[in-house]
Design a protein around this ligand. Structure first.
Ligand code: FE2
Length: 288
């Protein structure tokens, strides 16, 4: 699937951009399904606001439980002083996460394809398990910055194997908050780990500092990845990446799948712990 040049670029830079990986029709179908999920979703009293600065992330029972469910996270900027939505759900949601690839047939078909399994193999991921999925809306006007981070902070294995598969469902531009990445940054240390405080979903989470070496500073230390809809970007788990506020009048939808190797150790302190009745599945094609 990947050319030898693309594999070399992944090894050198820690990421690779694969144009035209999915069709615009496939993007449109996923987008339609994501919007339908939002339409069907009823916000509860204790809403989860996904604070885009990870340090301020409000970890609560619903966030931790989303490991095994399909949950809609609301943008902070879409709540009034009483914590009620001040706009329609479709333009208030930050993301859907984190198990739609195993719980929704449309997301499942998009995720478990022989082509994606082949890409995972090409970048050296052995026995990939689909750990988490996110459908990210990056709303016009309120779609916030996602601070520079390494995905292995949030999804840790020993050794580090987490690999991100980022699909542009809509065009990603400088104006609407495309991804930025630090070429070669995957060869630097993991700076910190995001850990649950106990096996219970009620006890919250903590960042554990491992190395105080600063992450690359946006935007100057990173390069922008402006890509059209249908593009796949593969990201090494140690690669520092960032995305800016959406300054444009249009959304920037993206879908991400994060995989780990089944052969690596997955500590029980990772925030994401699946229910026993919803085990992780190997990344491979499913019958259509
Ligand atoms: Fe990330």
């Amino acid at each position: 699937m990947l050319t030898s040049d693309q594999i070399e670029r992944y090894e050198r830079d820690g990421f690779v951009v694969v144009p035209d990986f999915v069709t615009l029709g496939e993007c449109a179908a996923l987008r339609d399904r994501a919007l339908a999920i939002v339409d069907e979703w009823e916000p509860t009293e204790a809403r989860t606001v996904f604070t885009t600065n990870d340090q301020e992330r409000q970890s609560n029972d619903e966030f931790l439980a989303s490991a095994s469910s399909i949950w809609c996270f609301i943008e902070e900027g879409a709540l009034d002083a009483d914590g009620r939505l001040d706009r329609p759900k479709r333009v208030a949601v930050n993301k859907i996460g984190h198990a739609q690839h195993d719980l929704d047939p449309v997301f499942e078909r998009f995720t478990y394809t022989p082509a994606l399994a082949e890409v995972a193999h090409d970048v050296g991921l052995v026995d990939p398990l689909a750990l988490q999925s996110m459908y990210i809306f990056k709303q016009p006007g309120i779609g916030g910055e996602v601070g520079c981070h390494q995905d292995a902070t949030f999804l840790y294995t020993e050794p580090v194997t987490v690999t991100g598969f980022w699909f542009a469902i809509e065009d990603a531009t400088l104006e609407n908050g495309c991804l930025w990445a630090a070429p070669g940054g995957h060869r630097t240390s993991l700076r910190r780990q995001f850990r649950r405080n106990s096996a219970s979903n009620d006890d919250g989470t903590t960042f554990v500092e491992l190395d105080d070496a600063p992450l690359p500073r946006p935007p100057d230390d990173l390069v922008p990845l402006e890509v059209p809809a249908g593009t796949l970007v593969v990201l090494h788990g140690l690669l520092p990446h960032w995305s800016d506020i959406n300054h444009s009048p249009v959304s920037r939808h993206a879908y991400t799948v994060h995989c780990i190797s089944a052969s690596a150790d997955y500590p029980a302190w990772n925030w994401l712990q699946r229910r026993p009745d919803l085990p992780l599945r190997r990344l491979e094609g499913v019958a259509a």
